[in-house]
Each structure stands twice: as C-alpha cells, then as structure tokens.
Design a protein. Structure first.
Length: 203
C-alpha cells in the first residue's frame, strides 16, 4: 500500500498497547493470530501480562484503583496516531463504553488490570487527570519484566487471553514489505461493569 493509504494509517494504531475490542460494550475474551507472510525484519508482537502487573502494584495503589471505570473508544486510540477520518455513521455505531480498570479474571479468580490505548479517561475525574493515570498504568504494566516478545515465523499460531493481556505490533517497513496475519477474536460474555452489577456473578 502507498504511504498515504488510509488503511495503512489506521492499522498503525495496532502498534499502540491495546486489548482487542475493549472499545466494544462486550469486549474480546481471547484472540488467535496466525502468520502467513512476514517481513524480513521487524513486525514482532509483544504481550504484557496484566495479572502480574496488578500483583506488583503497591497495596495502596491497588485499593485506589478498585471500582474505577475508564471510558474506551476506538477514536481515542486512533487520535493518538493522528487518524481522525471517521464518518458520522461509524461514530454512531461505536459509542464509547465503560470498562473497569481492575477486574477479577472469571476463570482463575486472579485480579488483573484492564488497560488499552483505547482508554480515554476515568469516569468522574477531570479528563487530563484520568489520562495521566492511564498513561502511568500502561507504562508500569509494560515494563520488560511483564512483557514477552514473539518473533514470528510463517505458520506460527499464537493465542492469548484478552481479559488479562495487552499486546502491540512492532514497526516494520510497511510501504515495502507485506505482513499477512490472520486474526480470530472470540467475544466475552458480558461487559465488566455489568458483571459487577449482576447478582450471582463473579466480582
């Protein structure tokens, strides 16, 4: 694709730390990514363990984060890379959604952070204060001690749990080389804020 192709510009947002579909009311449960064609250099994928990051937070910070809700929007993450060319139909189809910053993983019972470049601000906070907190948490959770980098080979299939993981693609020369990756994403069952409100469900 040419350097000014809108699809290319939009897809570069995947180089930001994110959690698949966190901008949807019911976000992703897990994702699968397979490599069909890869560039000769660059294009790796990094994964951050948000359970380990939560465990490493001081107890005071853990208590402060409990119950905080962030608004997530695809328009926030794409604005960070300078992409704002969405028509009004798309904007109506994808309103911002609330997601708890701290969730309890439904299967393991472990608490985990829930972060993404899609997270715009903290509900009830001044916007800039909320964004500063989100940036601080993402920087903390993406320290080398919490991150695995996958160097792709053709035929690789990687699966991960979006409920407790962030990931990002690393840069490569996308005007010169193809990177053909096939992704499958499985939706979760319920929005995390609604799960907290529903009787008889896990916290």
């Amino acid at each position: 694709m040419s350097a000014d192709d809108k699809r290319l510009l939009f897809n570069r947002g995947n180089q930001l730390w994110h959690t698949d579909s966190s901008f949807k009311f019911v976000p992703a449960r897990c994702s699968l990514l397979s490599a069909r064609e890869i560039p000769p250099e660059g294009g790796e994928t990094e994964f951050a363990d948000l359970r380990a990051a939560y465990d490493a937070l001081p107890e005071e910070r853990q208590r402060m984060l409990e119950g905080l809700v962030a608004e997530h929007s695809i328009f926030r993450s794409r604005a960070l890379i300078g992409f704002t060319e969405f028509n009004e139909d798309i904007r109506r189809e994808l309103p911002s959604v609330p997601q708890l910053i701290v969730r309890r993983h439904a299967d393991s019972g472990r608490k985990t952070l829930y972060l993404a470049s899609h997270a715009s601000h903290i509900v009830g906070w001044p916007v800039e204060d909320g964004r500063r907190l989100i940036e601080e948490l993402i920087a903390f959770a993406t320290q080398a001690r919490f991150v695995y980098r996958h160097r792709w080979r053709v035929g690789d299939l990687v699966m991960w749990d979006d409920r407790c993981t962030m990931h990002r693609g690393r840069p490569y020369d996308d005007t010169k080389y193809r990177r053909d990756m096939h992704r499958t994403t499985v939706s979760d069952e319920i929005n995390s804020v609604e799960r907290e409100r529903a009787p008889g469900t896990a916290a």
